[in-house]
Ligand binder design. Structure first.
Ligand code: CA
Length: 279
């Protein structure tokens, strides 16, 4: 598997004249793909890859809603500034200053940033009758050293692949999961006619409750952020097999998209694959 030009910005970052020690610890190799799929007329997913601030995200504009592509794009455009503001850090210094913050402070800041993003989406929607009701999922990861702070709203997911095993880190904000938490048998909940309906998304008038958790990663781990266009087409075992057999993140992310398209490509497919390396 040959190197391609997409790796160049990463190399130039590594050769910055005087990187901060905290930046050096953020030794990540990131590959990203977003694909229309085979059936949808446009791609309503959006991705954020911000190496400088070690912030990565997938947003999935909700199908069947007006302006889903607008909502997901607004989300990824506003997230870096909202996160920096919630952390109280200057935008350029986020990556350098974050490790000094207590992990709980970072998690709380990410929650605040998503709650504020909800207000931003609602405000944008109010300005254009075509955008009323627009919404988007968000799954994001912010790295402080080797801690991945993972926040989400909706059914875009984060997975951890630790050689040999794939772990789903997020729990979909879906009706099925709400029923299961309420005591309904999992099999019954998953067969509910509206099992996959979202219980919240960014752009919800009544407010949102993001979920945020921190995970300690180590060299060799792979963190995958993805939209449901991947996870509805591929079972976890298939995703795990691709991650096990493709060590290069560019090749692995392309293989995930190709497999989802091969399985039908019924929805937009987005993946951000973050490999943690020895620094
Ligand atoms: Ca989708």
């Amino acid at each position: 598997m040959g190197q391609d030009t997409r790796n160049r910005p990463e190399r130039s970052q590594e050769t910055e004249p005087s990187p901060t020690p905290d930046r050096e610890r953020c030794a990540l190799r990131v590959a990203v793909r977003t694909d229309q799929g085979r059936l949808r007329l446009r791609n309503e997913d959006a991705v954020l890859v911000d190496h400088e601030r070690c912030v990565f995200a997938v947003a999935d504009g909700m199908g069947g809603h007006p302006a889903g592509d607008v909502a997901s794009r607004v989300a990824v455009e506003h997230l870096p500034a909202l996160i920096a503001s919630a952390l109280g850090s200057p935008l350029d210094a986020v990556g350098a200053t974050l490790p000094k913050a207590a992990p709980g402070d970072v998690d709380a800041a990410l929650e605040r940033a998503l709650v504020e993003l909800n207000d931003v989406i609602l405000a944008e929607a109010a300005q254009d009758p075509d955008h009323v009701g627009m919404g988007t999922t968000v799954v994001l990861a912010l790295f402080t050293g080797l801690t991945a702070h993972v926040a989400h709203v909706g059914d875009s997911r984060a997975y951890l692949f630790r050689p040999g095993e794939l772990h789903q880190l997020t729990e979909d904000d879906s009706l099925a999961n709400a029923l299961i938490r309420g005591g309904v048998a999992p099999d019954d909940a998953r067969h509910h006619p509206y099992a996959e309906r979202l219980t919240q998304a960014v752009g919800t008038a009544g407010g949102i409750q993001p979920t945020v958790r921190g995970f300690e990663l180590s060299a060799g781990d792979r963190l995958l952020l993805c939209s449901d266009g991947l996870t509805r087409m591929l079972v976890d075992a298939r995703i795990g097999m691709i991650l096990a057999t493709e060590p290069d993140p560019e090749a692995a992310s392309q293989a995930l998209v190709d497999a989802a398209n091969h399985a039908g490509g019924e929805d937009n497919i987005s993946v951000v694959l973050i490999d943690v390396r020895d620094s």
